[in-house]
Design a protein around this ligand. Structure first.
Ligand SMILES: Cc1cc2nc3c(=O)[nH]c(=O)nc-3n(C[C@H](O)[C@H](O)[C@H](O)COP(=O)(O)OP(=O)(O)OC[C@H]3O[C@@H](n4cnc5c(N)ncnc54)[C@H](O)[C@@H]3O)c2cc1C
Length: 375
């Protein structure tokens, strides 16, 4: 991965982070969630990342994009479950860092960085996915508490998380949504498992008059949607980075295969059509990584409003990764589709990234609107 890291986007600190994390990740035997319980695999991966001190960047104050982007690219290359364990700490805690009370920050952020707290982010509902403002979960103020009732679904870490950053309606319209930190053990909160394409703790979170102290509200009443969008804006470049990690793994495995697979008196890599595909993989991978590093670099320079750059990175990196992985699997032939093949695993791992945190079509809208509305 050291190739693009020579570019001026990066500091010696970034290069050291990649070197150390990548070396540790190669030496580690990651839990295989295909062979057991995805929740257990996630907990084990989280404990390993905590032991390495890698989670500190997920709560960096002020938030730094580049270390998170680099960490996800490295982790996704090695293990989807490790990447998920990493990012959920960020996704679930950014709102606390941005608008939590001092008490919540002091209590929660060190616990997130040490892996003692395991985080989730719960905004999606059966009738509120891409249209986040359609939230129906309600939070009623009752004395010093809020009583929350509603259903969230497709929530990563459901059933594993110790804490949910959860969004519920305290009023009407876009400005009637608020954010809360809800501990998993809250009476009235229950979870039902859902199963995506690849092992990934996921589920429905059902709240029936679940009560949380008013001090667990993040920000003021009505600031929930703003907080959710600020969180997603910080996390989307890291989704792009994870896609780049999966794609780079498929690319490296494909190059090995092209060199080794004997056919027609030579190797598959000697075939001009295979060479054309490889060249396009390489172009798409570099383009995706450069878009991702650009948005991370701009953010770390203080440019926090760059809707077009963030959306371009998320959209292009996830779509290119799907293309690269599909072509790598194609060139692997029949063995590529068998369970246990790295290509088959990556093919399932990459699929949700084109949908979650804003589907590709939503990112296209953001890009187009940013262009049309610019002066
Ligand atoms: C594995 C996985 C993990 C997830 N983890 C979480 C989590 O941790 N927390 C959480 O809150 N949510 C999570 N989600 C939910 C995810 O964010 C939503 O699935 C996503 O936002 C899309 O919402 P939806 O599924 O309701 O699809 P819909 O909103 O119904 O959209 C369906 C499709 O319509 C298309 N579309 C949408 N809008 C437009 C448009 N404006 N123009 C044209 N086409 C459009 C897109 O192709 C989209 O995929 C997760 C989802 C998956 C699959």
């Amino acid at each position: 991965m050291q190739d693009l890291l020579k570019l001026p986007f990066f500091t010696d600190e970034h290069r050291a982070l990649v070197r150390e994390l990548d070396t540790a990740a190669w030496a580690h035997i990651w839990p295989d969630p295909e062979k057991g319980d995805d929740a257990e695999a996630l907990r084990a991966a989280l404990a390993t990342l905590a032991e390495w001190g890698a989670l500190k960047h997920t709560v960096s104050e002020p938030w730094r994009q580049m270390p998170n982007v680099l960490a996800r690219e490295v982790l996704a290359y090695h293990s989807g479950i490790a990447d998920l364990a990493y990012v959920m700490q960020a996704l679930g805690s950014i709102a606390i860092g941005l608008m939590g009370s001092d008490t919540l920050k002091t209590e929660m952020l060190p616990a997130v960085a040490s892996g003692e707290a395991c985080m989730a982010f719960a905004i999606t509902e059966p009738e509120a996915g891409s249209d986040l403002a359609a939230q129906t979960t309600r939070a009623e103020r009752v004395g010093d508490e809020y009583e929350i009732t509603g259903i969230k679904h497709l929530i990563s870490n459901a059933g594993v998380a110790t804490h949910y950053t959860l969004f519920a309606r305290t009023g009407e319209g876009r400005k009637g949504i608020s954010a809360f930190l809800v501990p998993a053990g809250t009476p009235g909160l229950s979870v039902e498992k859902q199963r995506p394409t690849s092992p990934h703790p996921l589920g429905r979170v059902i709240l029936e008059k679940a009560r949380v102290p008013a001090g667990n509200r993040l920000g003021q009443e009505g600031e929930g949607l703003k907080l959710a969008l600020m969180t997603l804006e910080r996390c989307r470049p890291t989704v792009a980075a994870a896609a780049n990690g999966f794609a780079r793994r498929a690319y490296d495995e494909c190059v090995k295969h092209l060199r080794q697979r004997r056919m027609f008196g030579g190797t598959l890599g000697d075939q001009p059509v295979a060479q054309g595909i490889l060249a396009e993989m390489s172009a798409r991978l570099d383009a995706s990584r450069l878009l991702t590093y650009r948005t991370a670099w701009l953010f770390d320079q203080g440019e926090h409003r760059q809707a077009r750059e963030v959306a371009l990175a998320k959209w292009q990196a996830t779509e290119n990764a799907q293309w690269i992985i599909d072509k790598a699997l194609q060139l692997a032939g029949g063995l590529g589709v068998l369970h246990g093949s790295v290509f088959e695993r990556l093919y399932r791992e990459i699929r949700p990234l084109r949908i979650y945190e804003g589907a590709s079509e939503v990112q296209q809208l953001v890009v187009a609107r940013a262009i049309l509305e610019s002066p």
